[in-house]
Design a protein around this ligand. Sequence first.
Ligand code: GAL
Length: 642
Amino acid sequence: MPDGIAYGGDWNPEQWPEETWEQDVALMREAGVNRVSVGIFSWSSLEPVEGVFDFGWFDRVMDLLAENGIGANLATPTASPPPWFSEAYPQALPVDADGRRLHHGSRQGFCPSSPLYREKALRIAEQVALRYRDHPALALWHVHNEYGCHNARCYCDTSAAAFRAWLRTRYSSLDALNEAWGTAFWSQRYSDWSQILPPRATPSFPNPGQQLDFRRFSSDALVELYVAERDLLKRLTPDVPATTNLMAGAHWDMDCWAFAAELDVVSTDHYLIGARRERHIDLAFAADYARSLGGGRPWLLMEHSTSAVNWQPRNLAKTPGELRRNSLQHLARGADGIMFFQWRQSRAGAEKWHSAMLPHAGTDTRIWREVVALGAELAGLSGVTGSTVKADVALLLDHSSVWAQDHPAQPTSELDPVEEAKRWHAALWRAGVTCDVARPEGDLSGYRLVVVPQLYLVSDEGAAGLEEFARRGGVVVVGPYSGIVDEHDRVRLGGYPGAWRDLLGVSVEEFLPLDAPIRLASGASGGVWSEAARVTTAKVLDTYASGEPAWTRNEFGDGVAHYLTTLLDDAALAEVLATACREAGVSPEAVSVPGVEVVRRSHPDGRSFLFAVNHTGEDATVTTAEGETVTVAAGDAVVIPG
Ligand code: GAL
C-alpha cells in the first residue's frame, strides 16, 4: 500500500498508441492517482509468438509510472492466454458440462487443471518477474484477474483425471467415497476410480455428493493456480506483496476464504447491480465480506466503476455523487485503496461501453470532475489507512453450503441462501449495526451475536462451534433450512435441524413450503417456507394459525438461541434481530436514521474516523453513540476524525 490511500485503476496502455501514454500519466497526476494495475490483459502483446517476448513497450510503461511517482499493481497476464496458445494446445481449452469445447476469442480460455496452461502461465509470469523484480514502480503483484470468473468449472478429460486424483486424496478408498456420496441410490456404486466423472450432463438429477465435491475440487484447482504463481513470484521477489482480485459477495464459484488465506492483502472487485433497489446495501455487504476475509485487516478495492458497466441488461449510469458515496462506503468498511476498472475508457473491444475514470468524451465531463475531486479528497484522508472496523455481530455463510443447496432437487426452488443472507445483513444495516461475515468453523469468540440466515450444510466442527459460542454466553439467531445436512450433503437424522436441535430446543418433523405468504399470531407474515416443528426446551414467541411455532427462544448454557421456521417479512425480521441485539448488548454506532449509514474506523491508539453517508434525498442529522450530532446533506457523505 502507498503511504496514503491507494487511488487509481486498471491501465491498459496496449490498447492505445504510445503518444497517449504521456497524456495518461499527466492526467493521472491531475486526478491524484498514485496506483494503477498494469499488464492484466497483456499476454499477447508481451509474448506475441510462443517463446518470443517483447518487453520494450512495457519497459516504457513501467518507467513512465516510476518517473511520475505512480506505483504499479503489476499483473501476471495469465487470465487471457493468446490465440497462439489455443491453436497449439487445443486440449487445454475449457469444456462445459454438455461436452462443448470453448474457443478463444474472449478471455480465460483455459482449463484450470491443464498442465500445459500452467506451464505457459508460469513461464510468462516468470519473465515478467525477472524483468521487473527491481523496478521502482513495482508495488504489488496482481496475480491473474478474477480467477474463475468465466471458467470456474471445466468438465474435460484432463479435469476428470485431476478430479479423481483429488478424490483419492480426500477419501483414500472407494468405499469411503461410495458411502459419502450415497451411491447405493439409483445404482451409482463405483467399483473403479476410472468410472468417476465430473458431473457432466446426465439424464436426471446428478448425485449431490459428486456435484458438491466437484465444486470443491474446481475451487481448489483455481487456488492451486494462484499459489503456483504466487510461489514463483515470492521466490524472485520475497518482499513484494501479492494478491489476486476476488469477487467477494458477487460470485460464489470460488471459495473466497481459501483464496484469502493465501493473499498478502485481500483485494476484491465490486459492481452495483442496476436492477437492485438498494444497491448501496449490497455494496455494504460485499465490503463487510471483503473485510472479514482478511480477519478485519484493511483491504484493497481493486475495481469498481465510475458509472455504468456493460454487462447487465440495462446499464445504469451512476447519479451525480454516487461514485463518491460508493467509494466512501468502501473506505468506511475497511478499504485502504479505492480503484476502478478502468483508467481510460476503451475505444474498441467488448468493454467499450463500460465507464472509466477518463471517459470517451474526455476531461470536460462530470465523471472526470468527480474522479479528480475524489482523488483530492482521498489524499486528505490518508490518516484513515491502517485503521479497522470492529463488528460485534457475525453472519455465517459458507461456500460448501451454498454449493450443496444449489443442487436442483430441493423442497422448494424459492430458497436462496445468498439472498437470505443479504436480507438479514440489510436488516442489520438499516438498524445501523455493522456485521462481519464468518465461516461456521471460524473463531466466533470475539462476537456477541451470531446470525445464521440459512446454512443448509454445516460440518460437525461448525455445528459444535456455534453451540460452544452460545454455551459461553453468546446470542444466536438461526433461520430455517439451516443445520440440515453434514459435509457430504447427507441428512442429519432424528428431526431437523439435526445439527442444532439441542441448541435451539426445537425438533422439526416435516418441511412445509408455502405457495403464498401466511399470517402469524403476532400479525407478522411468513413467506416461502414453514415447518411442522415442536419445542423441546425452547419457549414459543410466535406461532402459525395452527399453533405451531414460528419463532422460538431457547436458553442454552450461558447464552440464548432463537429459531425461525419461516422467512419472516422484513419488518418482523428486523424486530427479531433487534431483540437479539438487545439481549447481546449490541448497539449501533449512531441512532439509526433511515438511509443513512454510519461506520467508525479506529486505530489502536484511539484515533478514529466516523463515516456518515446519506443515501437519501433529504438532509439528515444523526446522533452518535457518544451523543455527538452530525448533519449530512442529502446525498452527501462526511468523515469526521475523532
Ligand atoms: C471485472 C474484470 C474487469 C472488467 C470488469 C468490467 O470482472 O476484472 O477486467 O471486465 O469486470 O465490469
